[in-house]
Every structure is written in C-alpha cells, then in structure tokens.
Design a protein around this ligand. Structure first.
Ligand code: AGP
Length: 374
C-alpha cells in the first residue's frame, strides 16, 4: 500500500503525530478495556514457568527493551538480562533451562537481532519476538510473536514503532506479573486502567509541538547535547540522544543522571545543553539534584517534567528550557506511563533541531531503515 505524508512535511512528523492512534491499536490487541485485564495471545510465552528472560535488540528497539527490563522486574519480579544483539550473539551466554529470550524489532529483519534469536533458540530457549512486520523473518523464526500495530514506518528514525513496542512490552510485563502471581487483580486493573489512558496523554503531549520549536532551534546550534534520566528515564535519555544524532548530526549522549559525577560532568559548560527527563516518579528528587549540580557548574539545563515538577525544580535556579508534559498518576503508575509520554518531547526536539539544520530528516546520511547485513 502507498503511504503518503498527508499534511506533514516529513514522514517522521506524520509518524510522531500518529502515535495516539497506533498506540491505541496496539494496546487494544493486548488489553480488555471492559474487564481491565491483560489478554495475551494463545501460544505465547508461559511467564508463570519462566525463571529468566533474556532481552535483546538493536538501536531504538533495544532502548524499548531496556525500559521493559525495569517493568518486568517491577511488575513481574522476573530476572531480566538485556544486551544489544551485536554483543549478545558473540558472547558465550550460559543459557539455562527454563529461560526465555525476547527480541524486539520494527522490521523483523535486523541481521544481528535475527542471529541472536537463532542462537537462543538453538540453545534451547523459548523465543519470542515483538515485531512490527508480522510476515518478517524474525516473526517466522520465533516460537511466538507479539505484533506491534504501528503500521508502516517510513522515516529512518524510529518513533511510532518505539512507542508501540513500549505499549506491547508494558502489556507483557503486566501479563507476566499476573501469570507469576505477583500482581493482584486490583493491581492489574489499576495498571491496565492507566495504560488505557496513554493515547489521551500522548495526544495532549503532542500539543506542545509548536512550543518546542524555538527551544529545538536554539539547541540546533550546539555541538554536543547531554540527556539525563534515572530508572525508566535512563534508556529514554539514550533514545533521545540517538534520535538527535541520527537526524540532526549533533553529537549527543544519554547518561544515567547518577553517573554524571563519574566523568561526564567534566564536559559541562554553557555551550552544552543538558536535557533532563524527570517524571514525578520515586526518583524525581534524585534527578533534580543531579540537574542542580549541573546548573551550579554553569550548565544550561532544560527540564522535561510536569507542571508540579517544573515548579518544584524552579527553586533551584534559572532553567534554560522548561518543557511541561501532562501530569501522570502518582507512584508506580508514573514509571509505567512516563516512557511512553516523555518519548514525545524527546522525538519533537530531535525533529525540530534537524529541520532547523536543514538535514534530510526522513533519510539521514549513512543510515538504512533496516540493517540486514552485519
Ligand atoms: C532508530 O531510530 C534507528 N534507525 C535504529 O536504531 C533501529 O531502531 C535499529 O536499527 C533496529 O531496527 P529494527 O527495529 O528494525 O530491528
């Protein structure tokens, strides 16, 4: 089928704006909105019988997997090991009986991810794949598949496939928690209820599109940008940095906020914008205190948080940028929803910075949409 850009200037913009809809489709494949339960497809992994999950992918799909690692640990108490596929396939992984391996891929054709899947299968692991192309090689090779319903993604920079991977993985983590007897019926209902609100929060977050443009334009003059986050926001910080590098060609790093003083804080001066991802979860105060350390050294910080978070952090001094995102339900639920919602400002910042620089947003130099050779 022919896909066009509609009213948008680039496929990437169109795909960013499709997220409420496609994440909605993806969620409805794995949740029953009336009963507020997770409904995982027949023939999938039996999470009740697994004692370890190995998770692997490349690039953006890997960052989705890393976020899911936190979720599987929190909601299902399932030990997870995550690694990029180009490493996993060449490690001497001691796969144990009772383990399963999960691979994440938009295309289902990435050479390293496919090779890692075949190895895990040959080593006796149950394998499954979260893929956006149901007729792909990975979908055929894996014992079970969990399709994402993002629709065709044309932009080389992955956006809607990422949030649909997160949506699928969130459902899997909750389903695993139920199967393992970790989540009560009430907890399942609360988590499912929260996930059902994601499309609405995404639509709200997309309303900031225009507002982010000026900030992104300013950022587009930088040579280096740092992204900071803790917990589930740490992989999202890496995803933000990857997005920015690949389409704007600005050097960027995603760092765990707590790791800053172990080296990268030496980079800080007024020329390095620092993007801080700080949802109001249990780690908010810790992240903000890392941000204040940066500010105390003359660093210019842009805080992405909700209004309450921005107000609280404002006491620490003048921010270079403030990005308000919709406020999310408290506590454990924030950790589930934040990566999906905070993905939007992260994508928009990279998009507008690239547009400001005049790069080929949908087809950045040197990159292929799917890396089918090693
Ligand atoms: C994302 O913006 C990248 N272009 C890239 O990292 C991509 O996510 C990676 O190559 C994995 O591709 P896949 O999901 O098709 O396996």
């Amino acid at each position: 089928a022919l896909v066009d850009k509609g009213e948008h200037r680039h496929f990437m913009a169109k795909e960013i704006h499709e997220q409420p809809e496609v994440v909605g489709h993806t969620i409805s494949a794995y949740l029953d909105p009336v009963a507020r339960r997770v409904t995982l497809p027949e023939g999938g992994l039996d999470f009740g019988r697994i004692d370890k999950l190995t998770l692997s992918a490349c690039g953006t799909a890997y960052y989705a997997g890393l976020i899911a690692k936190y979720w599987f640990e929190t909601y299902a108490k399932l030990p997870v090991e995550a690694d990029i596929a180009s490493e996993l396939r060449y490690r001497d992984v001691p796969y144990m009986p009772g383990g399963a391996a999960l691979f994440v891929s938009q295309s289902g054709e990435t050479a390293d991810t496919l090779a890692a899947l075949k190895d895990a299968k040959a080593a006796g692991q149950q394998t499954c794949a979260v893929v956006n192309v149901p007729e792909s090689t990975m979908a055929r090779e894996a014992d079970a598949i969990y399709p994402t319903h993002a629709g065709p993604e044309i932009g080389v920079a992955s956006t809607k496939a990422f949030t649909c991977q997160l949506a699928t993985l969130a459902c899997l983590a909750i389903g695993a928690g139920v199967a393992r007897g970790v989540l009560s019926r009430e907890e399942e209902e609360r988590l499912v209820g929260a996930l059902l609100e994601v499309p609405r929060h995404l639509a709200e977050a997309l309303a900031m599109d225009e507002a982010l443009r000026d900030l992104a334009h300013e950022m587009s003059g930088a040579r280096d940008v740092l992204y900071l986050g803790r917990g589930v926001s740490f992989p999202l910080a890496m995803e933000g940095a990857l997005k920015l590098k690949e389409i704007s060609y600005i050097h960027a790093e995603g760092y765990a906020a707590g790791e800053l003083k172990h080296g990268p804080i030496a980079l800080i001066d007024e020329a390095v914008p620092v993007i801080v991802l700080a949802p109001k979860d249990a780690l908010f105060e810790k992240t903000v205190s890392n941000m204040q350390e940066v500010m105390a050294r003359g660093g210019k910080c842009c805080l992405i948080s909700d209004e309450a978070g921005l107000a609280e952090a404002a006491r620490g001094g003048e921010l270079w940028g403030r990005v308000p995102v919709p406020s999310l339900p408290e506590g454990r639920l924030t950790g589930l929803l934040a990566p999906l919602i905070y993905a939007v400002p992260v994508q928009l910042l990279a998009y507008h910075a690239a547009v400001a620089k005049g790069t080929d947003v949908d087809q950045p130099r040197n990159l292929a949409k799917s890396v089918t050779v090693e």
